[in-house]
Write a protein that binds this ligand. Structure first.
Ligand SMILES: NC(=O)c1ccc[n+]([C@@H]2O[C@H](COP(=O)([O-])OP(=O)(O)OC[C@H]3O[C@@H](n4cnc5c(N)ncnc54)[C@H](OP(=O)(O)O)[C@@H]3O)[C@@H](O)[C@H]2O)c1
Length: 208
């Protein structure tokens, strides 16, 4: 699959590595431009392409958005229209600035992104694990313990696509319900950064 990664920092860079290893073709973009990502591309090989943000978003059959939440409104919506978009974002007001509707829990950061990318199918995933763990724990998964990744979204097909990717990189996708229910695995919840295995995550989340 062709995957565009918009925001190639700790998490986006880790996902570029994992998806590349799983055999996918990846275009990577950040705010500073493709030249700053040539080192990563050289390290990972010919299936990883430095790109501008619109190029990475257009390249992907699926797009990962992995930027600080406070930057989401800068992203171009048109090249992501109709596509599955993975949102790894977590709201930290001290970093992102205050959004009253998030502070008052009237909505979630993923729903703000969905509102901005109105024609895309946003799925919240890969947001609960520290990037250093995300890089390693998929490989360490075994039949006895496979780490779980919650998947929240409103489009069933998009969630299935993201769940397949999660499995390919060694994790167990766990259905967390609709996009609004992504608030159950945000910062401040017991699931966040808890590194639960699939069964533990299932039992914490209950039925979606
Ligand atoms: N760190 C973790 O362990 C972790 C775990 C789970 C989820 N998250 C969440 O995932 C998101 C990304 O976290 P991170 O730790 O990977 O952040 P990070 O290391 O600071 O990387 C952020 C990336 O976003 C890029 N970016 C910022 N504004 C942009 C824009 N307007 N257009 C394109 N790219 C832009 C940055 O580009 P430049 O490099 O050019 O500045 C950088 O590549 C955050 O919402 C975070 O809360 C983080």
């Amino acid at each position: 699959m062709r995957i565009g990664i918009v925001g190639t920092g700790h998490v986006g860079g880790t996902l570029a590595r994992l998806f590349n290893k799983a055999g996918h073709e990846v275009a990577v973009a950040n705010s500073r431009g493709p030249d700053t990502l040539r080192g990563l591309a050289d390290e990972l090989g010919e299936r990883v392409h430095p790109a501008t943000v619109p190029e990475a978003a257009s390249f992907g059959d699926l797009v990962v958005v992995s930027v600080p939440v406070g930057r989401y409104a800068e992203l171009p919506a048109e090249p992501m229209a109709g596509k599955t978009v993975i949102d790894t974002g977590n709201y930290y007001p001290e970093r992102d600035g205050h959004y009253p509707e998030l502070d008052e829990d009237r909505t979630t950061s993923s729903e703000l992104l969905q509102r901005h990318l109105s024609e895309a199918h946003v799925v919240k995933a890969f947001n609960t694990m520290r990037w250093e763990h995300l890089r390693e724990y998929g490989r360490q998964s075994s039949a006895q313990r496979r780490y779980g990744i919650p998947v929240a979204g409103d489009d069933v097909g998009a969630k299935r696509q993201v769940s397949d990717l999660i499995e390919q990189v060694g994790y167990e996708p766990v259905d967390a319900g609709r996009l609004a229910e992504g608030r159950r695995h945000q910062p401040g919840t017991p699931i966040y950064l808890a590194d639960l295995d699939g069964a533990e995550l299932h039992s914490q989340l209950g039925a979606p």
